[in-house]
Design a protein around this ligand. Structure first.
Ligand code: 3PG
Length: 213
């Protein structure tokens, strides 16, 4: 296993909540609700000013959660993310300089791709599991099925447009390790601090099944 391989971290995990947190005070109760619902690997996007404070709060207060940082778009964001407590890193797309920096980081990465050439370039750099983003807009299940034969060694974590209704179609694919999505923590539930609803959504998502590959 290389440092770039997130597979050991994701053992048994099939759904990764993608969380955009506006208020860091919500981070720990949100993480507790998701863990209580059965989802322990979480991704906090770097799309708000509160993101790193949210990562710090979860790392400190909810040790049973395994928190990563997503929406990484520049190498300079890697060190602060790891210092805040990120156990893995995710990018929406992966230009060469970012791929180099992710490969050097001392935590695993899920670098983003949306084309066959991008997937091949990242696999050649030593990343065995790639984020496929934006999954629905880029071809979804049909794309993943079509690349399985020519790219038999690459596995994917699709995100973007995945929800309770279509997640099962992705998870049925041999080359899909897990799916990511924001549907388990909807914006309105987060704004209302309705962590009970989020826990119920997490429980339903966790029932989509354990990872067997
Ligand atoms: C991501 O960064 O992975 C996506 O924004 C998640 O996509 P979704 O909001 O459509 O689930």
């Amino acid at each position: 296993m290389s440092q770039a391989d997130p597979t050991p971290l994701f053992a048994g995990v099939r759904v990764i909540p993608v969380l955009t947190i506006a208020d860091a005070a919500s981070a720990a109760p949100l993480a507790r609700a998701l863990v209580a619902g059965g989802l322990k690997v979480l991704e906090i996007t770097l799309r708000t000013g509160a993101a790193l404070a949210a990562v710090r709060a979860i790392a400190r207060e909810v040790p049973e959660a395994l928190v990563g940082v997503g929406t990484l778009t520049a190498a300079a964001e890697i060190e602060p993310a790891i210092a805040a407590g990120a156990r893995y890193l995710v990018s929406p797309g992966t230009p060469p300089a970012l791929a180099d920096a992710l490969a050097r980081a001392n935590v695993p990465a899920l670098p983003g791709c949306a084309t066959v050439s991008e997937a091949m370039a990242l696999a050649a750099r030593g990343f065995p599991v790639l984020k496929f983003f934006p999954a629905e807009a880029s071809g979804g299940v049909a794309w993943l099925e079509a690349v399985a034969a020519p790219l038999p060694d690459i596995r994917f974590c699709p995100t973007g447009g995945i929800n309770a209704g279509n997640a099962g179609n992705y998870l049925a694919l041999e080359n899909v390790v897990a799916v990511g999505g924001s549907w388990v923590a909807p914006k309105d539930a987060l704004a209302a601090k309705d962590f009970g609803r989020i826990e119920r959504l997490a429980r339903a998502a966790a029932l989509l099944g354990p990872m067997e590959k």
